[in-house]
Design a binder for this molecule. Sequence first.
Ligand code: PMV
Length: 326
Amino acid sequence: MKITAQASSDVALIKYWGKKDEVLRLPENGSISLILDGLNTITTVEFSPEYKKDEVMIQGEVEDGEVGRVQKHLDRIRALAHTNQFAKVVSQNTFPKGTGLSSSGSGFAALTLAATSALNLSLNEKELSILARQGSGTACRCMCGGVVEWLNGDTSDSSYSVTRFSAEYWQDIVDVIAVVSTDKKIVSSTEGHTTAKTSSFFEVRQQHIEEKLEEVKRAIQNKNFRTLGELVEAEALEFHSILFTSKPALIAWHPGTIEVMLAVQQLRREGVEAYFTINTGFNVHVLTLEKWRDQVKQKLDSLALVQSTLIAKIGDKPSLIDNHLF
Ligand code: PMV
């Protein structure tokens, strides 16, 4: 049976960085994110005795590294369903992949839902989140909708995500994403996580991360956008300070990344509330409110090094859809 799922990517307000278990992908700390409606992956999966091996196509390409990771994830799902049938997997994103916009999060969330449904496994949201986490850390959050917290559990069973606020709770928030390059980033997050602890700032981060998570949740609860924005931007800079001081140093930014960061600070001086955050890539998420959306977009579009902008609102959890990709 052919099944197609759609899942949205997310933007972490407090980032997951470092793993206490590489294989199970257990994070060093809890994290919180917004699911992004508008940054979507659509994935069709079909298991059949006709297939003599897994056939995986992502964005029209077959890339060995990613195919291996998808196959491993299919193996986990096959083991749960007690089958050894191979599968065909075709996946498309509505946004550039491998550029710091968490395409592995939406990708593995869509794959998890499509493949488990194709094998008639009936798993609840917690079980799906635990399963998705083993394919990609971010996917653990992308199995949920709205404002999502990934709990900092010490075991596989206790490391999963939950919705803290529904997608509807704060629809006024807009994420204007500045795409400064669509080149694939040089160092993947998977690789970056392994050097997290080599930064002497890592310890400092661990000491106040719980407090930061609480502050972010409180700001959302109170719909205090300024406090939220200040926390999120400071977190992004702290996170990148860790990347800069890791061994080897991980410098993810492009010149356009800095151009956007400075423009966001300038917007604030002009009275526009906008705040940036950046993952391990170079493209920049700029969080603002509906009333400033056009002004922020125009400013970012006018920058010399910005190629395009994308708009996302807080989105829902993954769902099954009818339009198959093959
Ligand atoms: O899920 P991964 O391995 O792509 O790691 C994601 C790490 C960050 O994007 C930097 C932070 C986060 O929480 O999304």
